[in-house]
Design a binder for this molecule. Sequence first.
Ligand SMILES: C[S@@+](CC[C@H](N)C(=O)[O-])C[C@H]1O[C@@H](n2cnc3c(N)ncnc32)[C@H](O)[C@@H]1O
Length: 305
Amino acid sequence: MVKSRPGQAAGPGPSPGGAPAAGGLECGLGGGFQLTEAQFSKLASLVYSLCGIHLGEGKRELLRARLAKRLRATGCRDVQDYIERLEGDRSGHELVCFLDVITTNKTDFFREPKHFEFLVDEVLPKLDKLCSGGEPQRIWSAACSTGEEPYTLAMVLLEHRALWERRGAGILASDLSTKVLEQAQNGVYAQDRVTDIPRPFLTKYFQRGTNRWAGYVRVRPELRKMVQYRRLNLMDNFDFDKPFHVIFCRNVMIYFDKPTQERLVEKFRNCLVQGGFLMVGHSESLTGIRHRLAFTRPAVYRRQD
Ligand SMILES: C[S@@+](CC[C@H](N)C(=O)[O-])C[C@H]1O[C@@H](n2cnc3c(N)ncnc32)[C@H](O)[C@@H]1O
């Protein structure tokens, strides 16, 4: 049923949709290579400047474990050798691969379900007020990881089609990591990743794999069609033609420091329609950072002016 197996699904490696494995790597480097304080600090500043992720000193072992993968893939002798390769990488390819192993991609279908209930109860029924002139509803899943969040949004929209069908709706899903975007676009998930999806939704929106795909499901084309994927670094300037009605940016700001969070929330505000909503992870309240959004309920903020 599926043309190519997603890399994560075959053999050892990160669990589908889960964080990259931090240990148990059979690279011959497992415990054997050093990441000095100076090297850690150089790589941590590179990560911060490229994608805003703040790696405190406590993350040294995590970085070391994740680097093991890149050292093995590139054949670098040690971290110094790898740093030189990164610095001399004119194509940008190794930088992308490096960021792919740095990012934590844990996600789930129907994660933090209150946001989806809010969408159904409070946003979709009031679209006429939110979307001027009968324009389509635009939702952005701004750190979509392996696709579970945008596909959940798509299922919720399709289940309540009558509320938006006249005007239309679309979901933009973006992430920094090319690896997770590829998995999201494939839309293939191991059976154990879909256990939280209500059974009627599973039957309606997923195809069960057979033969060598037994144990996997794939999103059906109607779900896939609702979502447009794009690589986007949240640290960059946003260049959208039209503002969004709802932005989901969940469980990523937690990796950024306060000044970075402030700049990001301001950028989100500026690409929301007046009255539009920003949903953040439930452990990511905007308390303690300066912003111009109105608190609506836990983990939900609204642009008022
Ligand atoms: C833990 S996942 C969250 C996925 C989903 N939003 C959820 O709540 O289940 C965080 C995602 O943020 C992405 N990310 C990290 N830094 C980013 C950046 N600067 N720009 C865009 N995406 C980034 C990672 O690649 C990862 O897929």
